[in-house]
Design a binder for this molecule. Sequence first.
Ligand code: AMP
Length: 308
Amino acid sequence: MGKLLIVGTMAFDAIETPFGKTGRILGGAGTYIGLAASQFKIDSAIVSVVGDDFPQSYMDILNNKNIDLTGVEVVKGGKTFFWEGKYHNDLNSRDTLATELNTLADFSPVVSNDYTDADIVMLGNLHPTIQLSVINQMEKRPKLIVLDTMNFWMDNAWDELITVISKIDVITINDEEARQLTSEYSLVKAAAKIQEMGPKYVVIKKGEHGALLFHKDNIFFAPALPLEEVFDPTGAGDTFAGGFAGYLTEARNISFESMKNAIIHGSNLASFCVEKFGTERMVNLKKSEIDTRLTQFKKLTQFNIELT
Ligand code: AMP
């Protein structure tokens, strides 16, 4: 089986959307990526850090999905990373109300020996120095390194971010962040500039408006599935990334054509994530539900046009 190494936050989140408000619940980019990737026939492991305030029941949620957690450091007396966000009425934009790095501030990731030969590395949204440290621990160059990031790191660790971006193969980033990274309004120009910075493949996420994949002169677009119920978009981007990387790890085929399928799988899984608060929907998701929705995706995007 293909091996996927995931690096990302395991967190407490507090979320407010127009439909309600949560207390501190399970969140974190690593958590969402892991849950999404666990839908594929792969071996996966998360490298992360939490404090000893992180409940065993949260660890069990990931353990039960067969995700290797030996690379999750538990800091005695430490506090787990905390993020608080409030969504606007359109649910496509949000304000970050708090980001408390806590144990993440001094985290030195350690990749266990079993995963230094991982086929694919998924660097979740995290301090770029941590992302870089994981790349440097790999015993051989992975077949693919995927990186997700956000404006927080552009604002707080620009130079380090540019360095890690120069060493990866695929970046997943949202439209506003792509513009911030390149100072280009056109996403086509932004994607071209990002490819000059390192990654050969650029995935630009546009929330409920889908995702674009750029590679040289090729562009592929996948819509997001129009949904009746959207409660909480938190983690949708990470779920997308987890589905993308999980699919490619199982498929063992890294090409533009294979990445198109990876985008569809990522979008499909993200469509479930937003239906309930936090990780709830992803934890209980069934294979049959995933397959049914993949069929809907196919119908949504397939057409026959006669070109004369
Ligand atoms: P997404 O909605 O896909 O952007 O991801 C939301 C998740 O990212 C939440 O569960 C947060 O815990 C986590 N998160 C938010 N800000 C950061 C940050 N600066 N670094 C790492 N993870 C973060």
